[in-house]
Design a protein around this ligand. Structure first.
Ligand code: TXA
Ligand code: MG
Length: 342
């Protein structure tokens, strides 16, 4: 299959720019498109056959459910029920935007493989003009995970999607680099209290301001019940191993020297304050006081490592304040929990 990249003007709602994507989706094909978080790979959420093509193209495990994207709030009534009041408040406040709500699924309303057999469904209304316009023209819910090969960092550019899925999907809508750079916050409204299953751009603090106390699923929680099933798999991982390390220039310099003594090449992914360290490759996460920049640059940096001959990747830990919690969540997964010990 030939993969076409079609550049879409973010400001234009011109039907022609979307016609090919609408056509492909309506006919049961998959299409990659930009959202304000990362690029998604979409298929019509009511078609089992179309949704199966997402799993196939990504190499995604079948037990990992997909997020359903909508272009208007009315659509959720067709596939959810018993929406709690606090969930309504979140939709009012944060949609369109990077917040996914887990709600009770109306049995039989969507293709089975969307929810991987769970009685719940994740839903969000994206804020990106291209995603929103596509969904509005389509007028149907679209199941869409991140448009990366399973296990790799989510794509923040059309070129990342092309790199991972070239030949496996017919079309990529190119709306430029995504804004936030990390996936949406996932919050569960089915349990006792609203619980964050995956931290993201909408932080715990932002949520608590509007709905009161919010729980946080610990990384080990998934062993008990299928909370966010996706979180149990290896994720965001470059080809070479990633190690977290204390955010000290001296500690990082010592670690690099130790690795060099073993004749290995090393990369650092860190804020600019670490660029004085003598290292083989340095990938910047921007100014250390601008966590939004780090979120925006992280996946590109992890992907850049794969274009080098680096053998070990060191990442000094960042603050867990605000969006830092989401950044560190992804880094802990990329590192598989491993720390560099001198
Ligand atoms: O920002 C985003 O959310 C992007 C863009 C494309 O919208 N999408 C995305 O999808 O990150 P994906 O499939 O890569 O991640 C979805 C996460 C997974 O961890 C999955 O297990 C969880 O959401 N999830 C989906 N449905 C769920 C459900 N019913 N219950 C619990 N977790 C669910
Ligand atoms: Mg993903």
């Amino acid at each position: 299959m030939k993969t076409i990249i079609s550049i879409v003007d973010n400001l234009s709602a011109d039907k022609f720019s979307y016609a090919q994507a609408v056509d492909l989706l309506t006919n049961g094909e998959v299409v990659a498109f930009p959202t304000e978080t990362v690029y998604g790979l979409g298929a019509i959420a009511t078609s089992e056959v179309a949704v199966a093509k997402i799993f196939e193209a990504k190499g995604r495990p079948q037990d990992n459910p997909l997020i359903v994207h909508i272009g208007s709030k009315e659509e959720i009534k067709e596939f959810t029920h018993d929406i709690p009041k606090l969930a309504e408040v979140c939709m009012e406040t944060f949609w369109p935007g990077p917040l996914t709500l887990i709600l009770p699924l109306k049995a039989g309303s969507l293709a089975e493989n969307v929810s991987a057999g769970l009685p719940t469904v994740g839903v969000r209304m994206p804020e990106h003009p291209v995603a929103l316009e596509l969904l509005k023209q389509l007028k149907q819910p679209v199941a869409a995970p991140s448009a990366n090969k399973s296990g790799k960092p989510s794509p923040t550019k059309a070129a990342h999607v092309y790199h991972d899925l070239n030949g496996k999907i017919p079309l990529i809508l190119d709306g430029g680099t995504t804004g936030i750079g990390l996936e949406s916050t996932v919050i569960d409204f089915v349990g006792e209290i609203p619980t964050i299953l995956r931290p993201g751009g909408i932080t715990k603090e932002m949520l608590e301001k509007v709905i009161g106390p919010v729980g946080e699923a610990k990384p080990t929680d998934h062993e008990e019940a299928p909370r966010a099933p996706g979180m149990k798999y290896a994720h965001y991982a470059p080809d070479s191993p990633v190690f977290l390390i204390e955010a000290s220039i001296q500690k990082v310099q010592e670690a690099v020297e130790k690795i060099h003594n073993e004749q290995k090449k090393v990369a650092i992914i860190a804020s600019d304050s670490f660029n004085q360290v003598q290292v083989d490759y340095f990938f910047s996460l921007g100014n250390e006081n601008q966590l939004d920049d780090a979120a925006h640059l992280l996946y590109q940096a992890l992907r850049d490592c794969d274009e080098t001959d680096v053998e070990i990747i060191l990442v000094p830990v960042l603050s867990k304040k605000g969006v830092g919690r989401a950044i560190m969540n992804r880094l802990e997964k990329a590192a598989n929990g491993n720390w560099f010990r001198n």
